[in-house]
Design a protein around this ligand. Structure first.
Ligand code: HPA
Length: 245
């Protein structure tokens, strides 16, 4: 792999890499959240987009996912890893845990889900939304450097920007979801349309609404956990890249 696309969410990666702007935020699908930035890491080039923009301003439902994916494709990335901060639903999805989802359920609405024009039908196979090889490489990288990750699990993708009600989270649990976030779709489907291998790393930053008896979700602690957890995510990414995928 020569170029790895990284979609960074709410948590900031603590790297001090030499990022330079490359490519353009303007795409045939409108403006991406920002122009991609490139930095060298080990033997590859990282191409980063912050999905909420820089400064952080696009809410999950207001992100131009098609433009973001298109901007990364225009940079000829060989694969994409998306970082998602999420609420934990199942007992293993504890606050601070990393989870590599192998499935998702899309509860979003009104987002542009496809690059196809409205009068051009194209169906993609999406039985397995994440690239198995990429996910396995992430898992082995984590094992090699002693980072605990939960392997597999269903990510619920909700519309946001509000968090869920406790009843909604009970429904997600009944549906078999392990974690819940707001930005996992349509990113994964758009990457599949582009035929770019795609995987996600979920960082659990809070128990989802009503989980573990939580009365409310504490926004400040959510941000603190995101900040701390991104150190582990960056170690995992470094190990992944150094393995020479
Ligand atoms: N729900 C949805 N998205 C989230 C959450 C949550 O509890 N935490 C972080 N992103």
């Amino acid at each position: 792999m020569k170029r790895l696309g990284l979609i960074v969410g709410s948590g900031e990666l603590p790297w001090t890499l030499d990022w330079t702007q490359a490519g353009s935020a303007d795409t045939e699908f409108g403006a991406a959240s920002m122009a991609p930035e490139v930095a060298a890491l080990a033997n590859i080039e990282l191409v980063r987009i912050r999905r909420h923009g820089e400064p952080h301003r696009f809410a999950p439902h207001a992100i131009n996912y098609r433009a973001n994916l298109s901007a990364l494709a225009n940079m000829s990335v060989d694969a994409i890893i998306a970082l998602n901060t999420v609420g934990g639903i199942t007992p293993e999805a504890t606050t601070g845990a990393l989870l590599l989802p192998d499935q998702l359920i899309d509860y979003t609405w009104g987002r542009r889900q496809s690059f196809c024009a409205d009068d051009a039908v194209r169906h993609i196979d999406f039985s397995n939304p994440y690239d198995c090889g990429l996910q396995m490489s992430l898992k082995s990288a984590a094992d090699n450097c002693g980072i605990a990750v939960v392997e597999g699990g269903v990510m619920a993708v909700t519309q946001g920007p509000r968090l869920e009600t406790a009843a909604e989270v009970r429904r997600l649990a009944r549906d078999g979801c392990a974690v819940v976030g707001m930005t996992g779709m349509p990113e994964a489907a758009l990457a599949r349309e582009l035929d770019i291998p795609f995987a996600a790393i979920c960082l659990v930053v809070n128990p989802a609404a009503g989980v573990a008896g939580a009365e409310t979700v504490d926004m400040q602690s959510l941000q603190e956990v995101a900040r701390a957890g991104m150190h582990t995510v960056s170690e995992l990414l470094l190990a992944f890249v150094e393995r020479g995928v």
